[in-house]
Design a protein. Sequence first.
Length: 60
Amino acid sequence: MTDRIDGQLFVRLASMGGANLKANVKTVNELNVFPVPDGDTGTNMTMTLEQAAVAVECEQ
């Protein structure tokens, strides 16, 4: 078990989480019922994480 993470590991964890979210975006969208059942939370989260990944890549 790791007690601390460095920047590289953090980026890897975020990337893997983003990939998992993208693979399950439909399910997350279907769960979205509060406060308005607009069904786009998974899509919005995925787009946010994708743009964060682009920003990190630009910094490297």
